[in-house]
Design a protein around this ligand. Sequence first.
Ligand SMILES: Cc1ncc(COP(=O)(O)O)c(C=O)c1O
Length: 285
Amino acid sequence: MLGGLSLKWNWRKRREAAGASTSSPNLVFGGDVHVVWEKFCRYFDVEPRIVPLQPGKYTIGPDDVQAHVDENTIGVAAVLGTTFTGHKDDIVGINDLLLRIKRERGLDVPLHVDGASGGFVWPFLYPDSKWDFRLEQVRSINVSGHKFGLVYPGIGWLIFREKADLAKDLVFEENYLGKTDSTFTLNFSTGSSMVLAQYYNFVRYGRAGYTYIMQNMQTNARVLAEKLAAMGRFEIIGPDEEQLPWSRSGSRPTPGTTSSTSPGSSRPSAAGWCRPTPCRRTPRT
Ligand SMILES: Cc1ncc(COP(=O)(O)O)c(C=O)c1O
């Protein structure tokens, strides 16, 4: 939410400076995002430009995004580790597209990476894979500590590439306790226990510990995937791609019907299976 707000504020500033209209902001993202992005658009009056997913493809890339970007686009949001299949959008490809749009059309459209789950996985499992500030158009990233950071809800981070990527007007200064603090939140008071819990995990595990844990989860997920595949009733979705350490399968189509493969299918839970992460809705195809 806060990342989206900053995109909107900075876009508006750019448009005002150019003497252009600020009445129709839009945000581009895929049908593979978490509901939080649609929530942001509705709460803060931004047109959601939701790129539909293709059958059998559960992430988006530059070809999907291109047609939706224009001078009113406050940013593109790409996911690192989707809620549905655990894969990443083609962040390198989208970054390259936005660089080309900047060069050819003069539109500087920022890329936000939703690393809610993947931000604590990719650095340990795929350290050479670029999805972060190594890519020029990536201006902000959000990560949840209460997912693969291994802490109970709720702690998370929003990280900006540079100070200027956080719109100054969104930050308030207050002095209630004898020193000036900056506040950039939607609510105000919140507990600090998760900060301490996260700090404890950082110190206790360190990089080596998190790497060990993530690799262990990945091994477990792969073994589970092999066993599911061996049953012949499931197909494993994108097992060779970079992915969160879980396996996601869809039931094979029943002969004589169209495909029943759906990462959001509720059948496993109806049968008493528990997924490694709750799946809240089916991505748009
Ligand atoms: C990709 C993605 N983005 C955002 C969120 C929301 O994150 P949080 O629960 O930290 O608000 C989730 C979580 O469930 C998620 O999987």
